[in-house]
Design a protein around this ligand. Structure first.
Ligand code: BGC
Length: 742
């Protein structure tokens, strides 16, 4: 662990009782959904049973019915956490082919999380809401916010982080940004949908503590503090019960404990029983197999009480009355993607790019006239908006890395030449189940080497694409695909000046790439403006300021689920492969792979909690990311004041360019009587500093944020004793420590 200055301040505080009860989320908002309760009662009194049940299932693929007779409009859902999905036919996945539904592609989840910026998450939610409104939508199916438990997880790119605090804060920003701008969010996928392998059947076994502290915590924050209006029940089972009919998750925790007043909709095809309505499910999407005529019969037969239906309808009406509907003749009148949202997408992308290493200050690229740059790699020209399975974005445009670099370089008289270098994985290969992991294509590699030889600098755009990382299946490994390790080695033989840009939404084994690259940059699936953002960071228009939202392990086997032998078994039998191919080809979510249990044996030790506690060095740690500037931390003070820990420190930009620093606060409990990770992220702050500028950063951490889930009393508790506050630039780069007594 690298250490800068080390300050230790022992700040005494009156000792409290051994443990005091606490709640984990800091503030429970009074829900804005409760404003129309009396009118809702009157509406429900006028409704027939059939009209009520008609609201509880999909009307089209992405809408559920209102009550026309009573002037209650339908509810329209906008798919996609990172852009408003194109319009589809009413009852199929086929696009309608409109000319107005090209939307802004926002950087995907892990890119948003890499900004470590709550304000930009708000802007992201706002941008999504503005475009959703232009399309007549009421609820965005996002943010997608499951914890990135497995480096191989197929939807890691969509999800935010391996850390619950970071995930929760960004989901909260997104939620507030969207709902302040008139569109509801739908937090997904609730809960414990941390793998795609057998996602439709897998039964998650997890301890109460890990469930509460790691997996439910981000949802709790977005519900309690963000007043999220919607939640999507996940496909999987938790402790033997489908999420869509899990009374514990949907009623006990979500509604009774967290005070959720909105609606739960099932994931598409994720409903299994009419009784789900009693457990707390409001809408079966997109069909009516269970919450349709069968439900009417069940109520008439006295199997399901009408009072349960009334409750679910009440919750639906709350959302319907809180969100102003867009009249049909106002929707889809202009193209969805508009400059203001494209600018948000650019801002997110710029802040998300992570500089992992920068030997000899090879970056920023100095744009000297006459210089020749080789841009190598299929990902330099690949687009990522509409690939793989699941919600994508039909874009108005997408700036690729090569387009961005050409713009910046040509303006400065620098010559840019391109070679593909390796074969990009295609949708056809994915359908045919051809592996992305194979030897380099000799011809493409030779061309790339020849180009590298005649250039001053190589920008190798490596990584994956959204046909490799996709909904519906996990990756089998985290290897670099398409022989990229071989390609970079051959390039390095003729030109050692290599800057590698990794385009990916999830961890990769970068050991070889790292060895042959002087600089290494993670640049995600970075949206409509991704190429401009990348070029601006590489050429020094903006200093990089993104931070890893997940650990980059040296190898997969170092990760907790692999170390403990509980990684998902994605080896399929011949019969399962047939089913899987049907699923992939027909997008039929009713066909599911059978069985499977996921044993979350690592408990709390997810991501960096595992690596730091077990002293396993990752390749790059959670929170890591360099800048073109340098920062100095000093004067750390920490003290308990009432129910809060006040932390302050000075931060100085000691470099020669303006830059943002992401200051991170981790807390360890060295004398704890219970098992704990070595330290955990408890706060962070992005600070913009001009060259030479200093600022005092003050953070207030509620003591309740240090609470753990006490399994014996089934509640949150704060343990008394020492709390070590580590302040620094990354989870392996603490600059100052202070100890307070709780
Ligand atoms: C995904 C959801 C998505 C829904 C509608 C499901 O397969 O899990 O995230 O919103 O499809 O496309």
């Amino acid at each position: 662990m690298k250490k800068g200055i080390k300050l230790t301040a022992i700040v005494g505080a009156a000792l409290l009782a051994a443990c005091s009860p606490a709640k984990q989320a800091e503030e429970t908002k009074v829900s804005a959904l409760l404003q129309h309760e009396d009118s809702i009662t009157k509406i429900i009194e006028q409704m027939t049973l059939e009209e009520k049940v008609n609201m509880l299932h999909g009307k089209t693929m992405f809408s559920s019915a209102g009550v026309e007779r009573l002037g209650i409009p339908d509810l329209y859902y906008a798919d996609g956490p990172f852009g408003i999905r194109e319009e589809l036919e009413a009852k199929s996945w086929r696009p309608l082919g409109l000319t107005t539904d090209s939307a802004t592609f926002f950087p995907t989840g892990s890119a948003l999380a890499a900004t470590w910026d709550k304000d930009i998450a708000y802007q992201y939610g706002k941008g999504m809401a503005i475009e959703a409104k232009l399309r007549g939508k009421d609820m965005i199916l996002g943010p997608a916010m499951n914890i990135q438990r497995l480096p191989t997880g197929g939807r890691t790119y969509e999800y935010l982080s391996e850390d619950p605090y970071l995930s929760g804060q960004l989901a909260l920003g997104y939620t507030l940004g969207a709902q302040d701008n008139g569109v509801a969010v739908c937090l997904k996928h609730y809960a414990l949908n941390n793998q795609e392998t057998r996602r439709g059947t897998v039964d998650v076994q997890v301890s109460d503590r890990a469930m509460r502290e790691i997996y439910l915590a981000p949802f709790e924050v977005a519900v309690r503090e963000g007043d999220a209006y919607g939640v999507m029940a996940a496909y999987n089972k938790v402790r033997g019960k489908w999420c869509s009919e899990n009374e514990f998750l949907l009623t006990q925790v979500l509604r009774d404990e967290w005070g959720f007043k909105g609606i739960v909709i099932s994931d598409w095809g994720g409903t299994h029983n009419a009784k789900a309505v009693v457990a707390g499910l409001n809408v079966e999407m997109p069909s009516e197999d269970f919450l349709g005529p069968t439900l009417v019969d069940s109520v008439k037969a006295g199997v399901i009480p009408e009072s349960a239906i009334n409750e679910r309808v009440r919750e639906l009406l709350r959302v319907r009355l809180a969100i102003e509907p867009v009249p049909a003749d106002k929707a889809n009148q202009v193209v969805t993607s508009q400059p203001a949202q494209q600018k948000i997408s650019y801002d997110v992308a710029t802040k998300s790019i992570v500089l992992l290493k920068n030997d000899n200050h090879i970056l920023p690229v100095r744009l000297e006239k006459g210089k020749k740059i080789a841009v190598i790699g299929d990902n330099a020209t690949a687009t990522q908006a509409l690939r793989g399975i699941g919600a994508g974005v039909k874009v108005r445009y997408e700036i690729t890395p090569l387009m961005g670099l050409l713009r910046n370089c040509r303006a400065a008289g620098v010559e840019v030449k391109f070679a593909q270098g390796y074969k990009g994985y295609t949708a056809m290969e994915r359908f045919q189940r051809v592996s992305p992991y194979h030897e380099a294509d000799k011809k493409l590699m030779d061309e790339a080497v020849a180009l590298a030889k005649e250039c001053d600098l190589v920008i190798f755009v490596a990584g994956e694409n959204r046909d490799i990382e996709t909904e519906g299946s996990d990756r089998t490994c985290i290897d670099m695909p398409a022989g990229q390790n071989e390609v970079i080695q051959k390039i390095a033989e003729v030109n050692p000046n290599i800057v590698t840009v990794v385009v990916a939404g999830a961890p990769l084994d970068l050991r070889v790439i790292d060895q042959y690259s002087k600089a290494l940059v993670y640049s995600w699936y970075n949206g409509t403006e991704g190429g401009h953002a990348l070029a601006d960071v590489l050429t020094g228009v903006v200093s990089p300021s993104g931070r890893l939202p997940f650990t980059l392990p040296k190898q997969l086997n170092d990760s907790p689920a692999w170390s403990l032998g509980v990684a998902p078994d994605n080896q399929l039998s011949a019969e399962e492969r047939d089913i899987f191919e049907d699923l992939v080809a027909q997008r039929d979510r009713s066909v599911q792979l059978p069985g499977g249990t996921a044993d979350y044996k690592e408990g709390l030790l997810v991501g960096y909690r595992w690596f730091s506690t077990k002293n396993i060095a990752p390749l790059y740690a959670f929170g890591h990311g360099l800048s073109y500037a340098t920062f100095e931390y000093s004067n750390l003070k920490a003290a308990v004041k009432g129910q809060h820990i006040e932390v302050s420190f000075s931060l100085k930009n000691t470099g020669s360019c303006d830059a943002d620093e992401v200051a991170q606060v981790y807390v360890g409990r060295p004398d704890s009587k219970i098992e704990r990770p070595k330290f955990e992220l408890k706060d962070f702050c992005r600070v913009a500093l001009k060259a030479g500028e200093s600022k005092t950063v003050s953070l207030t951490i509620p003591v309740s944020r240090l609470a753990h889930w006490d399994e014996a009393s089934n509640g949150w508790k704060v343990e008394n004793g020492a709390a070590v506050i580590h302040v620094g630039s990354a989870s392996d780069d603490f600059k100052a420590d202070a100890t307070v007594q709780i």
